[in-house]
Design a protein around this ligand. Structure first.
Ligand code: SF4
Length: 505
């Protein structure tokens, strides 16, 4: 049996893509393993959003060179956003790579490549273990050496000279893309995405988890983005927006609920731009339809864009609360209007705050999280303090703060940046420190309350991890039987990251 391992970097859209591929490979008869060293097929799903993530990827990839040398039959591939725009460099820099397929358009091409690759791996693995000379991998253990080796040796001696053997010889000779042919790979782009298949493949979590964990469903409702924020590489890696048919999304959710999912997260780069290609229904209608699916489960979505937030979204959320959880990820990015304009965010801090007011009015007690970029090119201390003023006013439950990272092809990468990294780091730490204080205060407001939570899994230190409707973490004592159950807990203590509760029901 061919074993596979997928390492996923980046956002939930990547998580959903990896899960879809895992499901696809399991359906093809492969087994998922938890260590790359045990896998015959290794895929790294990449994130291009920040320079740091990309650097991490390169050092991660380097460690597979000895593995490929040791086991030349394995295939190592790069997929996702970095693969979309660094294909040539990846092939040139890493001889041990067998394939590179970018996000979105190349996914169906990748799926058909995998069908062939799995059969090749199975045969090469067999040859490797039968090889009396032990030189299947050639001097560097690369696929190209395997190809040469198969060409110069009488492969039929391993395959019994059967017609099947001849077919396999041809099959092996076709081998894998070489480092000199990235252009050929690029020509494999397809124009049509097999949406239904992708959604259905992507909807189910691999079911061979060893430790019990709540079943969750991550469903891509759209992909790509038309916003072109000046700092963001996503429109270049995932392309323009494509929304998937609502009926396919609904049937994916129904199937997942039938299979035991207790939480469904609808994913898109900009979910409130969603528009059903068949009926032109918008995101609030999709949310309503999902909420009307029978069963006890929670619905979340990520991410909305503040510019596209409309009253009807909050009306639907209020109508179906708590099935649609009152938890919003609402990315601010900056509190300075000048910086927001440079970022091409299409809202002002005043408009952002106005929409926060809508949330507070229609969804009292809603948990709000956000992303903030500090040190955008040219950001002054005064502009950073404008961001802090919004933070003080909103009092977010959670902030994901980042230092600006210059990305290729983006407009922001052309803006002169005279702010030193040391200063950016100071701003980041200042924001982080203040947010911890705010989170402690926000969480302490829950002491003495009874809250409904969904129990997720057991943590290494023995407690059960559960989450509230607002996605806040609550640790409780209890048996594994509670995993996947909705229960009520009484909040006894709180800290910046976790609350401690006692089981009530
Ligand atoms: S909305 Fe902006 S930040 Fe988000 S994916 Fe689109 S371009 Fe990137």
């Amino acid at each position: 049996m061919v074993t596979f391992f997928i390492k996923t970097y980046g956002c939930l859209a990547n998580v959903a893509d990896s899960e879809g591929l895992a499901r696809y490979l399991i359906d093809l008869g492969c087994a998922q393993v938890s260590q790359a060293s045990e896998a015959d097929l290794i895929m790294v799903n990449t994130c291009a959003i920040r320079d740091k993530a990309e650097s991490k990827l390169y050092s991660y990839l380097g460690q597979f060179a000895p593995l490929k040398k040791q086991k030349p039959y394995i295939k190592i591939g790069i997929i996702g956003c970095v693969a979309s725009y660094r294909k040539k460099e990846l092939y040139q820099s890493f001889d041990h790579l067998s394939f590179v397929y970018g996000a979105r358009d190349e996914m169906p091409v990748l799926q058909s490549y995998l069908v062939d690759a799995i059969e090749k791996i199975a045969v090469l693995k067999q040859l490797f273990f039968q090889d009396p000379d032990g030189d299947l991998g050639g001097k560097n253990g690369q696929d190209r050496d395997v190809k040469e080796l198969v060409a110069k040796r009488n492969i039929s001696k391993f395959l019994g000279g059967s017609p099947r053997g001849n077919a396999l010889e041809e099959f092996l000779m076709e081998a894998v893309p070489s480092s000199t042919s990235p252009e050929k790979e690029q020509s494999l782009n397809i124009s049509e995405y097999n949406l239904k298949k992708h959604i259905q493949d992507g909807m189910k979590k691999a079911q061979n988890n060893a430790s019990p964990e709540v079943k969750r469903s991550y469903i891509n409702i759209m992909t790509g983005c038309n916003k072109y924020c000046s700092y963001c590489i996503v429109p270049f890696t995932r392309g323009r927006e494509i929304s998937y048919p609502m009926k396919d999304i609904i049937s994916a959710v129904i199937k997942d609920i039938e299979m035991g999912s207790r939480e469904v997260t609808l994913i898109g780069q900009n979910v409130n731009s969603y528009i059903d290609p068949e009926t032109e229904a918008r995101f609030p209608e999709l949310l309503k339809q999902v909420a009307q699916i029978p069963g006890e489960f929670w619905i979340r979505f990520i991410s909305p864009h503040p510019q596209d937030m409309t009253h009807d979204l909050f009306d639907v959320m209020a109508q179906y609360r708590p099935k649609i959880t009152a938890a919003l990820h609402f990315p601010l990015q900056s509190g300075s209007n000048r910086i927001l304009q440079l970022m091409n965010r299409n809202y002002t801090s005043q408009e952002f705050l106005e929409k926060i007011g809508w949330i507070r009015e229609k969804l009292p007690g809603a948990a709000i999280s956000t992303d903030i970029i500090v040190g955008f090119p040219g950001e002054t201390e005064a502009e950073f303090l404008e961001t802090m003023a919004v933070v003080e006013q909103v009092r977010f439950d959670l902030i994901y703060p980042f230092i600006y990272s210059s990305r290729p092809n983006t407009k922001a990468s052309l803006i002169a940046d005279n702010c030193l990294l040391v200063e950016k780091t100071r701003r980041l730490e200042f924001l982080r420190k203040r947010q911890i204080e705010i989170a402690v205060q926000c969480n302490s407001a829950h002491i003495g309350k009874n809250l409904k939570v969904l129990v997720e899994k057991r943590l290494a230190r023995g407690k059960l991890l559960s989450r509230t409707e607002g996605n806040l973490r609550v640790l409780v004592d209890g048996s594994d039987d509670l995993i996947g159950q909705f229960v009520t807990v009484h909040i006894k203590e709180t800290g910046p990251a976790n609350m401690i509760g006692i089981l009530v029901s």
